[in-house]
Design a protein around this ligand. Structure first.
Ligand code: SF4
Length: 413
């Protein structure tokens, strides 16, 4: 019998080798990590369909959501990192139709790196190229052993690849740069470079100096010899990659120091950077919005012109109380944004579309449960490396997809 493989949407690695087995009426999930199994087995607290905290039919909830968005002058559409490309496309259409601000979590996480890649300012590559070719791998400000548990085994450090037939330490050098000794840093053993918080720019500049033959200096007690040794390993790579996590994003006010480092490295060898995107389809939203507007996030469709910039970010529009309604799709701003900013959501009518209960759904006026894409319905998504992936359906469900819910809301509007 032909084996059937599924794609896990538990994180942006989108592992495509997941198998399901039925054993004594229980579903066993093979190949997924602990995070993936928990995701596939579904949320423990499914979202209920409600209007003003009372049980409602899906049709009533959709009509109320449409009324809220139609009556709003400046609504906010936010989230979509855990939605299919189809749902994201419809959310962008809805935002246009309602003159809304539209934004996603990338505006306060990996957005700058994705933007730099889409604008050809940073050289990137695919995960398959990393597995097949990479001999020097830098985990900078990230801990994939916990955030993307199969990253090291499936694509980066451990696996064998076309040009790396032995894999692991025989074929690859793994390096960690971080403020703490994470589980990934422990695997990198002696190649762990501990830097103080907010020292990423200084360290990137010191590495760039070392690559150009100067004696590098930093103000945090790391000896020039150590930095020169690291620069030497990087420049001898045949195919190098930096996996950049939130630790880097949050400590680099702009990416110029990282761009300069990559430019210096690429004068000597072949080096790439890939952002450690978390939600399975955050990059999909960035790619779609970029295609349609030239921007990856923080867009306003108010008026005839598309506005873009920090003033259109979820943080600024909530802080400045610029929005009078919100549609939150597959996201939980109440737990991811600073409390004082997210609290402003309580003052405006809010609609939540999500498979699971969240902090935000608890304060929402309308909640509409959606199927989990990749588990309860099919779809498409863009993996953390920019590759499009088809998502399969793993189990039957009578829940509507988020794409269908958004479509129905638009029909009523
Ligand atoms: Fe799922 Fe991510 Fe785990 Fe792969 S690493 S099985 S995509 S949660």
């Amino acid at each position: 019998m032909e084996r059937e493989y599924h794609v896990c949407t538990g994180c942006a690695l989108l592992c495509d080798d997941i198998e399901l087995r039925e054993v004594e009426n229980k579903t066993i999930v093979d190949s997924a990590c602990r995070k993936g199994v928990a995701w596939i087995k579904n949320c423990q607290h499914p979202l209920e369909c409600t209007v003003d905290a009372k049980d409602a039919t899906t049709q009533d909830a959709i009509e109320k959501a449409a009324e809220i968005l139609k009556n709003a002058k400046n609504p906010l559409v936010f989230g979509m990192g855990n939605s299919s490309l189809n749902a994201q496309e419809k959310a962008i259409e809805l935002a246009k139709k309602t003159n809304a601000y539209i934004d996603d979590t990338s505006s306060f996480c990996q957005g700058p790196f994705v933007e730099a890649i889409l604008n050809d300012k940073i050289k990137s590559c695919t995960l398959d190229e990393v597995r097949d070719n990479a001999d020097v791998i830098v985990y900078w400000g990230c801990d994939p052993s916990n955030s993307h548990p199969r990253h090291l085994s499936k694509y980066s450090y451990f696996p064998r690849g076309k040009m790396r037939q032995r894999g692991w330490e025989e074929d690859r050098t793994a390096i960690a740069i971080d403020v703490r000794k994470s589980d990934t840093a422990i695997i990198c053993e002696d190649n762990f470079y501990r830097i103080p918080p907010k020292a990423d720019v200084e360290f990137a500049q010191a590495l760039t100096e070392a690559l150009s033959g100067k004696v590098p200096k930093v103000n945090f007690g790391m000896k020039p010899k150590e930095i020169l040794e690291l620069a030497n390993v990087l420049k001898k790579a045949e195919f190098g990659v930096i996996f950049a996590g939130l630790g880097v994003v949050y400590s680099m006010p702009d990416l110029s120091s990282m761009e300069n480092l990559l430019e210096a490295l690429n004068k000597k060898t072949d080096f790439h950077l890939m952002p450690m995107v978390g939600q399975y389809n955050m990059r999909g939203f960035n790619h779609l919005l970029f295609e349609k507007t030239g921007y990856i996030n923080r867009v306003s469709f108010e008026g005839k012109k598309t506005d873009h910039g920090p003033q259109c970010s979820v943080v600024e529009v909530l802080k400045g109380k610029k929005v009078d309604a919100a549609l939150i799709i597959g996201s939980d701003p109440l737990s991811s944004l600073p409390g004082s900013i997210a609290a402003n959501l309580k003052e405006i009518p809010t609609v939540v579309i999500d498979p699971c209960k969240t902090f935000t759904s608890q304060i929402a006026n309308v909640t509409i449960p959606a199927a989990v894409t990749g588990v309860e319905c099919k779809g498409e998504a863009i993996r953390m490396d920019g590759v499009k992936v088809e998502l399969t359906q793993m189990k039957e469900s009578d829940k509507m997809t988020d794409a269908d819910i958004i479509e129905k809301i638009m029909e009523v509007i």
